[in-house]
Design a protein around this ligand. Structure first.
Ligand SMILES: Nc1ncnc2c1ncn2[C@@H]1O[C@H](COP(=O)(O)OP(=O)(O)OP(=O)(O)O)[C@@H](O)[C@H]1O
Ligand SMILES: [Mg+2]
Length: 425
């Protein structure tokens, strides 16, 4: 009897069912929480008093207990309860409250007469569900914070690599300026002396040739002795090659100087298409035998930029594109503008690049071209110029298919033009 009194007053519901699922016992916890008062519960089928019990989960629980003899515990989550009970006790008649969020245990046992019975214990687990929901919310917001951190981390990595890139640029710029300055003077007089030398040599050769016309054995003997015929043939080739070499050095120096002085000129409103056309005229010679030029120009507003520098970038990209084409291909130039930006695309049907090469192309002095053919400064210089214009340059490339360089430039510079150009010169 004491046992029954104890379970009458525990803080959980207890129903005892016979093998036909009729209610043979029900404790106060349940009686106090019935939404509709039933004058007589005992002896009545469970499904008659609680029709909501007829659901697949309940039948699965019964099957489990009957087949295994083992108890089964269920947390009612999606449908929050097995049988409808009020979450508060002893409400007045007709007064309603939200249904009790439940966890249940179903187990089988025998009474003292060996009658098989089922015990159904019902617990209010709303606080556990609440804690679970709070935990889920906390996890969700933790995940959101984690995502934000992840994005920040990515941005930091990008900023860091951009910083490294500009530091590298600045260091190389200083080096370049020094080297260019040191080489510029000697190469200047070598170039001018070479021209004079070529004139002198031409005059000396004419002198010997004219003397030969006079005849005279001694001169012929001397010419034989000093291998005059060979020297005469070889000398113009030597002079021509030396001149080429000097021109190449001058080109390198001018690239180096441009590289270290990319703020020399002033920002001004510029017709980009005009600039592209004049650049195309300049490099026409390099391109005409390599590629057909396709122009897809949209109507774009005047662009605030340092015109000659943007032309130089376009020239570098055009020459690279032409050089990447084996045989004959095409170079497509596209322009369009949106959201305060102008975009210039230069797409070629050239050799394309592997991802390893693509990663390095903006590094100063990186080149895959033969020694003496490329300085590897074209793209790093271009990168620097675009950066000074507060724009960005990107590339996508597929080996064997071609490459596409994209330049985005703000239509209006964020700084006052005079300060932007003058301050950084
Ligand atoms: N359109 C392109 N297609 C394929 N490879 C390219 C293209 N543009 C650049 N590259 C690669 O990037 C490298 C670097 O280019 P960059 O213009 O900086 O130097 P370069 O062309 O080698 O020499 P320079 O421009 O100084 O004469 C090139 O050597 C080439 O390997
Ligand atoms: Mg180049």
């Amino acid at each position: 009897m004491r046992v029954v009194a104890a379970i009458e007053h525990i803080g959980a519901g207890l129903l005892i069912l016979d093998s036909q699922l009729n209610i043979s016992y029900c404790n106060q916890f349940i009686l106090n929480r019935l939404p509709v008062k039933h004058p007589q519960l005992l002896g009545r089928p469970l499904a008659q008093v609680f029709p909501e019990v007829e659901n697949p989960n309940w039948h699965a629980m019964l099957k489990h207990v009957r087949e295994t003899g083992e108890p089964i515990q269920t947390v009612w989550r999606d449908t929050p309860y097995l049988i409808h009970l009020n979450s508060a006790a002893n409400l007045d008649d007709g007064e309603q409250t939200r249904p009790m969020q439940q966890a249940t245990i179903l187990y089988s046992f025998m009474d003292e007469l060996e009658t098989p019975l089922l015990g159904l214990a019902i617990f209010d687990n709303s606080s556990a569900v609440l804690a679970h929901d709070m935990l889920l919310d906390a996890l969700k917001s933790l995940k959101q914070k984690h995502d934000v951190m992840d994005t920040l981390h990515q941005q930091l990595k990008l900023a860091n690599s951009q910083l490294l890139q500009s530091e590298k640029m600045a260091a190389i710029g200083q080096l370049a300026a020094g080297v260019a300055h040191e080489i510029n003077n000697p190469i200047g007089f070598v170039a001018s002396n070479l021209k004079t030398l070529a004139d002198y040599v031409r005059q000396l050769l004419s002198l010997v040739d004219e003397m030969s016309e006079w005849g005279g054995l001694e001169l012929e003997v001397l010419k034989e002795k000093y291998d005059y015929a060979f020297i005469r043939d070889d000398i113009s080739g030597l002079l021509h090659d030396s001149n080429d070499g000097v021109e190449r050095v001058k080109k390198i120096i001018s690239s180096l100087r441009n590289f270290s002085h990319v703020g020399d000129e002033a920002f001004a409103e510029t017709d980009l298409h005009e600039g592209i056309e004049s650049t195309l005229n300049m490099v026409n010679n390099e391109i005409k035998y390599k590629a057909e030029i396709i122009k897809e120009f949209a109507t774009i507003p005047p662009l605030e930029c340092i015109g000659p520098q943007i032309n130089q970038v376009i020239m570098n990209l055009l020459v690279n594109a032409a050089q990447s084409i084996e045989g004959f291909g095409s170079i497509t130039l596209r322009t369009h503008s949106s959201e305060g930006e102008v975009c210039i695309e230069i797409e070629d049907t050239g050799s394309g690049m592997t991802p390893e090469i693509t990663k390095r192309i903006f590094d100063p002095f990186f080149t895959t071209k033969a020694v003496g053919k490329g300085t590897g400064l074209g793209l790093s210089l271009s990168f620097n110029i675009i950066e000074k214009h507060h724009g960005r340059i990107t590339v996508s490339s597929t080996p064997g298919i071609g490459s596409c360089f994209k330049i985005h430039l703000p239509i209006r510079q964020p700084l006052v033009p005079a300060i932007a150009a003058g301050g950084e010169a």
